[in-house]
Design a protein around this ligand. Structure first.
Ligand code: ADP
Ligand code: MG
Length: 301
């Protein structure tokens, strides 16, 4: 049964407490998205991507449903950034297909761009502009109502504790602050789908917590989040479902409990499961032994 519904996302950040609550009036995001109850917001099917002799993706398939925070968890070079770039339409796959709310990112580029908020691994910002001017520019190219966009941007900036840096050139900001500017830019048009490539890497603990709460609220209201990470704890604490990606394809997928039960050992940590699934456990043990040799043999000598 595919019953079409219109969902209105409405959530808020309490800027005084810097915590997110569902009912605060501090700021409100409303996203309107026509979704089918059982239709995925993101669907990647058998994606491959070849860069010369390097196979970055080798038949990657996964779906992200409304309400899900799906974590692509994998080691460096596993293909996370390539997959996300293909979903945004910035890169074409060698083969396979992607749909965002049923739209193809290359053929229906405008439809997809209006539905996604994207934070790149290394966000591209206009460094000579201030955050305020940059975000006004983003709102204008998205043809948003300037007053509403300004209100939203101001409230997000307050929530992220960056109001006082808002008129400084972006070039002078720390990596964490730049990441916050990129996050605000990705949220300003209230997209149903968020694509975040390693979104918490430069953020302090408080801001990470705000982002996590924000993502939970986004999905509670029917949005979807796809994010990539190589950090086990982030995946463990944030995701409703995890896809472990290794050498360009999903090697295991499920909720944390489902993943743990695959090994028959419920007390297994996600880290050891991850290392097993990506065949890195033996390699890590070998490297640790090697390090032990280096340190302790030198000490004994
Ligand atoms: N533009 C590119 N040209 C050549 N090789 C690339 C390019 N982008 C990525 N790769 C290669 O594809 C593989 C997957 O990279 P990437 O998607 O960035 O992985 P991850 O984000 O999981 O660290 C790596 O081997 C990387 O070196
Ligand atoms: Mg990457």
């Amino acid at each position: 049964m595919h019953q079409a519904i219109v969902c209105k996302s409405e959530f808020c950040i309490n800027k005084t407490l810097l915590s997110v609550t569902a009912h605060s009036k501090a700021f409100t995001i409303r996203s309107r998205c026509a979704v089918h109850v059982s239709a995925p917001l993101i669907e990647a099917s058998e994606l491959t991507k070849q860069f010369g002799s390097v196979k970055a993706l080798a038949g990657l398939s996964f779906r992200v449903m409304p309400g899900e925070i799906y974590g692509l968890l994998g080691p460096n070079g596993a293909g996370k950034t390539t997959a996300i770039k293909i979903i945004t339409g910035l890169m074409e796959p060698t083969s396979g297909s992607v749909k965002v709310e049923g739209f193809d990112p290359i053929e229906n580029s405008l439809e997809v761009k209006s539905r996604i908020g994207y934070v790149a691994e290394k966000p591209i910002l206009y460094e000579s502009l201030s955050s305020r001017d940059f975000l006004e520019f983003v709102a204008s190219i998205r043809k948003l109502d300037q007053n509403a966009a300004n209100r939203m941007v101001t409230q997000l900036a307050d929530a992220f504790g960056m109001a006082k840096y808002f008129d400084a050139p972006i070039a002078t900001l720390s990596m964490g602050l730049k990441q916050k500017v990129a996050l605000i830019a990705s949220l300003v048009h209230q997209p149903p789908v968020l694509l975040l490539d390693e979104p918490l890497s430069g953020l302090d603990a408080k801001s990470s917590r705000i982002v996590k709460d924000l993502l939970s609220l986004h999905t509670q209201k029917g949005g979807a989040v796809l994010f990539s990470t190589h950090i086990m704890e982030v995946a463990e604490h944030l995701c409703t479902r995890i896809g472990i990606i290794y050498q360009g394809k999903i090697v295991a997928e499920g909720t944390l409990d489902q993943l743990k039960s695959k090994t028959g050992n419920k007390s297994e940590t996600l880290e050891s499961l991850f290392l097993k699934l990506t065949n890195e456990e033996t390699e890590v043990a070998d490297k640790t032994r090697l390090l032990g040799d280096v340190f302790f043999k030198n000490e004994a000598a």
